[in-house]
Design a protein around this ligand. Structure first.
Ligand code: GRF
Length: 215
């Protein structure tokens, strides 16, 4: 292998995707790797689902990606998370990407991947953490809504914000149409945030994510 080939290969960051459901954000990331801005910069090392019939798991299998099913139901959080961490390590994962992973992570898991776990949430955090964020925003009467990609810390939907995308709430919206339009933004936001993070050109100022071209 030539020096330049080995250098470009070393620059490909391995993503471990964790999901529980539909998997549309995972597919947006996979598409960005295939033909978009993440091409040549990232690869999906493994998709791990904690729910057997997650459509995202089936989609990953049909794309021929490495997949693992680690059912979490009925297991102690710390035990399940230890197994997930071990499989992520086995696949050499650099970044853990939560893509509709409907399970709180143990402090042990978060400590195992410091500032390497990303999540997407369908609200403009810190507004409306938790479930049904789009409905929460609609019912509250918000005039703008959106999504947030953030690093994961020990608190729910709380870690350092990498980026947000904003949309206007229309008079004609209901919670469903609002969620649909937020999802379109999510599919742009997540690959963009991953691109920023794998570039490594950032730092933290308190809990602010700041670009640092020299990093
Ligand atoms: C998305 O709305 C995401 O923001 C939230 O869970 C949902 C997952 O959707 N964390 P999908 O499985 O990626 O389609």
């Amino acid at each position: 292998m030539s020096a330049s080939a080995s250098m470009s290969r070393a620059a490909v960051h391995k993503l471990g995707i964790l999901l529980s459901g539909r998997g549309s954000n995972f597919l947006a990331i996979a598409r960005s790797i295939e033909i978009g801005s993440l091409h040549g910069l990232a690869e999906i090392a493994v998709v791990i689902a904690n729910v057997e019939d997650a459509p995202g798991l089936a989609a990953a299998r049909s794309l021929g990606l490495p997949t693992e099913l680690l059912v979490s139901k009925g297991r102690r959080r710390v035990d399940h998370d230890a197994d997930v961490a071990a499989r992520l390590r086995h696949h050499g994962v650099d970044f853990v990407i939560l893509a509709g992973y409907m399970r709180l992570l143990s402090p042990e898991f978060i400590a195992a991947f410091p500032n390497k776990i990303l999540n997407i949430h369908p609200s403009l955090l810190p507004a409306f953490p938790g479930l049904d964020a789009q409905t929460q925003a609609f019912d509250y009467g918000c005039k703008v809504a959106g999504c947030t990609v953030h690093f994961v810390d020990e608190h729910l939907d709380h870690g350092v914000i990498i980026l947000q995308r904003v949309i206007h709430v229309h008079e004609t919206d209901d919670a469903h149409t609002l969620a649909e339009r937020i999802l379109i933004e999510e599919h742009q936001a997540y690959p963009e945030a991953i691109l920023r993070v794998v570039s490594g050109k950032y730092g933290f100022a308190g809990r602010r994510y700041v670009l640092n071209p020299e990093a």
